[in-house]
Design a protein around this ligand. Structure first.
Ligand SMILES: Nc1nc2c(ncn2[C@@H]2O[C@H](COP(=O)(O)OP(=O)(O)OP(=O)(O)O)[C@@H](O)[C@H]2O)c(=O)[nH]1
Length: 213
């Protein structure tokens, strides 16, 4: 009997930013130009990450408005992907709304989130700088990268694998006995005291607590 852990990922973002293209790129390694819109799709796929298989469910939410937020979908998610197009400033503003919604619906619980600036191949049409994306991700304590579903799959894959790893790690930590958890915190405190909290140059790995807005 198979006993795969399941990971539920919700993908949010404006229309036309490439949500479906990114998901299909991750699941099939292919890029298909056009997709039927106006429907929410649920993809189920067995994904092997670090030699461990998981059943990954990816919900592509294509329609939602301020009057009809995907509350149940976000609340039941283990991880979220928020996508904007680097060629569409409005979609970047919408991405900020999405991060806000996730933060409101999930707090104080921690949920792994990645912010993706898609369509990196369309550099000439860029309206959102890398720095803007990075700053927004810092503000909300999530990972960030710019990708191109059309261009290649490496960045897209890495974003999803990173989420799967984070979900596994946080589940593992929740399952540890309390005594063990306490000793892990003690070790990290000792390390913090020895090296200082800000000793790492790359703070992105440590982002977990979104700031209050
Ligand atoms: N150049 C370029 N085009 C892309 C990329 N990703 C998606 N597209 C195109 O952008 C358009 C929208 O892609 P979709 O994947 O349907 O976007 P979506 O966000 O799922 O759209 P909705 O379902 O309407 O919400 C399509 O014409 C894609 O071919 C990319 O990385 N580069």
């Amino acid at each position: 009997m198979t006993n795969l852990t399941s990971v539920r990922v919700v993908v949010l973002g404006s229309k036309n930013v490439g949500k479906t293209a990114v998901i299909v790129r991750f699941l099939t390694q292919r890029y298909i130009g056009e997709y039927r819109s106006n429907t929410d799709w649920l993809y189920k796929h067995n994904v092997t990450c670090d030699e461990t298989a998981s059943e990954v469910e990816i919900l592509d939410i294509s329609r939602w408005s301020d009057d009809c937020l995907p509350i149940d979908e976000v609340q039941s998610a283990d991880a979220c992907v928020v996508i904007y197009s680097i060629c569409d400033r409005e979609s970047f503003n919408r991405a900020q709304d999405c991060l806000n919604i996730i933060h409101r619906l999930k707090a104080p619980q921690y949920i792994p989130v990645v912010l993706l600036g898609n369509k990196r191949d369309l550099e000439l049409g860029r309206q959102v700088s890398f720095e803007d994306g990075n700053e927004l991700s810092t503000q909300y304590g999530c990972d960030f990268s710019e990708v191109s579903a059309a261009g290649n799959y490496a960045g897209v894959n890495e974003a999803f694998y990173s989420l799967i790893r984070q979900v596994r790690t946080s589940r593992h930590q929740r399952s540890l006995p309390r005594q063990r958890k306490r000793s892990i915190m003690t070790v990290s405190k000792v390390l913090g005291a020895m090296f200082g909290k800000n000793s790492h140059k790359d703070t992105r790995k440590n982002k977990q607590t979104p700031c209050s807005l």
